[in-house]
Design a protein around this ligand. Structure first.
Ligand SMILES: C[S@@+](CC[C@H](N)C(=O)[O-])C[C@H]1O[C@@H](n2cnc3c(N)ncnc32)[C@H](O)[C@@H]1O
Length: 274
C-alpha cells in the first residue's frame, strides 16, 4: 500500500470539500488514511490521480465518499448490549404512549431490524416511531430492502442466541427473516419493513434530521471515526435531541469524555440523560 503523508491526506480532504458538502477534516486521521489507501488500490491510482478525479468528476467523488465510510454491521451486533436493552432498557418504556428512536449512522439496517424485533417482543412496536440516517445513500437503500447475504448468517444466528441465552425465553430467528441458503439470501420479513423513516444525513453538520425529540438514540461504531472535538459536538447534539431520561447507545469501544459526560448517567455503553 502506498504511504501517504498527512499533507497528502489534507490535500485530498480539501479537494473533497471544495467540490461537495462533505467535510472529512475532523475524521480520525489513522482510519481515514487506511480507507484512502484502499481507494488507491481499488482504483489503481496514486494520490495525485485520486485528487484529480474527485475534483473533476462528481459521480466519482460520490463513489469515493461511499467507499471511505466503513459500513460493517451485524444483526444483534455485540449481543451483551442487546441483552441489556432487552432486560433493562425496554421494560422502562412499557407505560410510554410513544417511543421515538433515531438510528444515527444506521448503515445497511441490521441494527434497526434488531431493535424492531425487540420492540415487537416487548409489545412496543406499534408505539414506536423509528428514524434512521446515514451519510451514505447506498447503505440506506439496502436497509430499506432488508436483504442481506446468506454468508453472514452464522454470525447472526450466534448473536441472536447469545442475546436471549439468559432470558429464559426461546425465540426463533426464522420468525423475523426468510433465510435461503440456495438463493444466498437473508430477507427481512415484511412486517419489519416500512416501519422506518430514512434520511441521508451527515452528522458532522450537527443538525437533528427529523426535528423531533427522541426517547432512544443509537449511534454505535460511528463516533470512533471522528476526532474528540467532533465527537463532543455530536454528543451535545444528541443530548439536546433526547428527552430527559432518554437513552443514548454508543458502540462498545466508544465513550463520552469531558463536561458533557456529566449530563448522563453511565450504564456500560448506555447513557441515560439526566
Ligand atoms: C461501522 S457502521 C455502524 C453501523 C451500525 N450503527 C452498527 O454499529 O452496526 C458506520 C456508519 O456510519 C456512517 N457514517 C460515517 N460518517 C458519517 C457521518 N458523517 N454522518 C452520518 N453517518 C456517517 C457510515 O456510512 C456507516 O454506515
Amino acid at each position: 500500500m502506498e504511504d501517504l503523508t498527512p499533507e497528502e491526506i489534507q490535500l485530498f480532504i480539501e479537494a473533497i470539500s471544495a467540490h461537495s458538502n462533505y467535510d472529512f477534516s475532523e475524521y480520525s486521521i489513522k482510519s481515514f488514511t487506511r480507507r484512502v489507501q484502499k481507494l488507491l488500490v481499488d482504483y489503481r491510482t496514486d494520490i495525485t490521480g485520486l485528487i484529480k478525479r474527485v475534483s473533476e468528476n462528481s459521480n466519482f467523488l460520490e463513489k469515493a465518499v461511499i467507499n471511505i465510510t466503513v459500513n460493517t454491521t451485524e444483526i444483534f451486533r455485540d449481543p451483551k448490549i442487546w441483552e441489556y436493552i432487552n432486560t433493562t432498557i425496554l421494560p422502562r418504556y412499557k407505560n410510554e404512549s410513544r417511543i421515538n428512536i433515531w438510528h444515527a449512522g444506521a448503515s445497511t439496517g441490521q441494527e434497526i431490524y434488531t431493535m424492531l424485533i425487540l420492540l415487537k417482543q416487548h409489545g412496543l412496536f406499534d408505539k414506536a416511531r423509528v428514524y434512521a440516517s446515514d451519510i451514505n445513500s447506498e447503505v440506506l437503500e439496502i436497509s430499506k430492502s432488508g436483504k442481506y447475504k446468506y454468508r453472514e448468517i452464522d454470525e447472526y444466528i450466534n448473536n441472536f442466541k447469545e442475546t436471549y441465552k439468559n432470558s429464559g425465553k426461546s425465540y426463533n430467528i426464522n420468525d423475523y427473516f426468510k433465510i435461503s441458503r440456495n438463493r444466498n439470501t437473508v430477507k427481512t420479513k415484511s412486517f419489519l419493513l416500512d416501519k422506518t423513516q430514512y434520511k441521508v444525513h451527515d452528522l458532522t453538520k450537527i443538525t437533528n434530521p427529523f426535528a423531533v425529540k427522541y426517547n432512544i438514540i443509537f449511534c454505535r461504531n460511528v463516533l470512533i471515526y471522528f476526532n474528540h472535538e467532533l465527537q463532543n459536538r455530536i454528543i451535545k447534539l444528541f443530548e439536546n435531541s433526547l428527552f430527559t431520561g432518554g437513552t443514548l447507545i454508543i458502540g462498545k469501544h466508544e465513550g463520552i469524555l469531558g463536561d458533557i459526560a456529566e449530563k448522563f448517567e453511565k450504564q456500560g455503553t448506555i447513557y441515560i440523560k439526566k
